[in-house]
Design a protein around this ligand. Structure first.
Ligand SMILES: Cc1cc2nc3c(=O)[nH]c(=O)nc-3n(C[C@H](O)[C@H](O)[C@H](O)COP(=O)(O)OP(=O)(O)OC[C@H]3O[C@@H](n4cnc5c(N)ncnc54)[C@H](O)[C@@H]3O)c2cc1C
Length: 409
């Protein structure tokens, strides 16, 4: 990662407009004026030319280096937009993304609101990213779901396009180490899994290689507003000027929007992630049953996801994690060596009614991007957001994701 502070050092808040013709060394408070024209401008500890300064002011600042912010940064940077990606953590993907299971697909699951309109693009966008960005790697393993009433033929479940029922023999062929394959399962051959942290890091790295500035360890406290317009973000490390701010702060988007008078209902829903060491190839697909989801994230490394109470103590979580590992072990013959490696709870951003993507201020200086199942949706959403910001035209695929749906209620 680029060390924090590398590149241009931010100026003090409220002191970022240079005085015309003052020899480039003096500062005045930016309130009430936007004079530009000095031959050079001092920005923090280094001097910028006016061209550089203008470029900074037309920068898109993105708050949040989870998978959504990273994807937006990459898709803008690849189209030559000046981007500053800012996160409070010392590395990308420390929010929900860092605890995620990483299951991607376009068939099963829920697609609330505007997510349904993105569904048809998610696999193609992942294939494109895998070809474009070194480090984005997908394990196209397919998935098997069983164990609830809806996973029985005749149980009232409707299969999505591309899904099929398979019986015990076929399940055993796909998962030869499973001790007692169920009678039936829903098989979705097109599903895959990604490593959310590696994917996010790869997107950040690719954005940086394309010229994006990445600022880590800089929590954004508020937005810089002058003459009613947002002009940048104020972080613990100072001001980052920008003409457009994209809030991709996951479950914290609502808190950043509140001072703007914008109320976004985004719940933080806890989910539990466990990692374990296992013999390579023990599990070959993505296994989904009502208690736990499991897949091999890389050779010899399993990831599991389950629902669990956010308020549980560390001891209770450790016990629960050991219990799940024991259950998985029993399903694969009991003597299989499985070892708990770690666990954590992620706060999944869950906006009411599906993804929220779009401008939240009338002057179009602040944009939000928050959604559940963002590992699946981020490549598509990042591409569409870049289209929208660059063209200045609303993109049809995001029509049902607009934050304005909340103000109309
Ligand atoms: C256990 C679990 C399993 C999951 N499984 C799947 C799955 O299989 N498939 C799927 O598609 N999705 C899954 N999800 C959901 C998915 O992980 C999330 O939808 C996704 O990670 C959200 O990404 P994000 O970038 O919006 O938010 P985050 O990853 O939370 O990123 C937000 C970033 O903003 C930063 N930030 C916040 N406030 C500030 C601030 N004031 N200043 C600076 N930085 C700030 C945070 O540090 C963080 O890095 C799962 C989630 C969990 C927890």
């Amino acid at each position: 990662m680029e060390p924090f502070g590398a590149g241009i050092v931010p100026p003090e808040p409220d002191h970022y407009i240079a005085r015309r013709g003052d020899g480039g060394g003096a500062w005045r408070n930016g309130r009430g004026g936007d004079t530009l024209g000095a031959a050079s401008v001092r920005l923090g500890s280094i001097r910028c030319s006016e061209i550089e300064w203008r470029a900074l002011m037309s920068t898109v600042a993105i708050v949040g280096a989870g998978i959504v912010g990273a994807s937006v940064a990459y898709h803008l940077a690849r189209r030559s937009v000046s981007v500053t990606l800012i996160d409070r953590a010392p590395s990308p993907a420390t929010g929900a993304t860092g605890e995620s299971f990483g299951w991607i697909g376009d068939a099963g699951g829920e697609w609330p609101g505007g997510a349904e309109d993105l569904r048809a693009s998610v696999l193609a966008d992942y294939r494109r990213l895998a070809a474009e960005v070194p480090g984005v790697a997908i394990r196209w393993t397919g998935s098997l779901r069983w164990g609830d009433a809806s996973a029985q033929p005749g149980g009232g479940a409707r299969l999505a396009h591309g899904q099929q029922w398979i019986g015990r023999g076929d399940i055993a062929a796909l998962e030869p180490h499973l001790r007692e394959p169920p009678e039936w399962a829903v098989y979705t051959p097109t599903d895959g899994g990604v490593d959310p942290v590696r994917t996010t890091e790869a997107l950040v790295q690719a954005a940086r290689a394309l010229g994006a500035r990445v600022v880590l360890g800089a929590g954004v406290a508020s937005l810089k507003i002058a003459s009613g317009r947002v002009e940048g973000v104020l972080s613990q490390a100072g001001l980052y000027p920008a003409s457009t701010v994209v809030l991709a702060a996951g479950a914290d988007v609502g808190a950043l929007c509140a001072p703007l008078g914008v109320a976004l209902p985004v719940a933080a829903s806890p989910a539990f992630r466990i990692s374990a060491a296992a013999p390579p190839g023990l599990i070959r697909t993505i296994l989904d049953n009502p208690d736990v989801d499991i897949r091999e994230s890389r050779d010899g490394h399993l990831v599991m996801a389950a629902f669990h109470d956010d308020g549980a103590s560390g001891v209770a979580l450790e016990r629960f994690a050991q219990h799940l590992v024991g259950c998985v072990q029993a399903s694969f013959g009991g003597s299989v060596p499985l070892r708990l490696l770690g666990h954590g709870i992620g706060r999944r951003p869950m906006p009411t009614g599906g993804p929220v993507v779009g401008y939240v201020t009338p002057d179009k200086s602040v944009y939000v991007a928050v959604m559940h199942s963002a590992i699946t949706l981020a490549p598509t959403v990042g591409r569409l957001i870049a289209d929208e910001l660059i063209s200045g035209e609303p993109v049809a695929g995001l029509r049902r994701c607009r934050p304005q749906r909340f103000s109309k209620q």
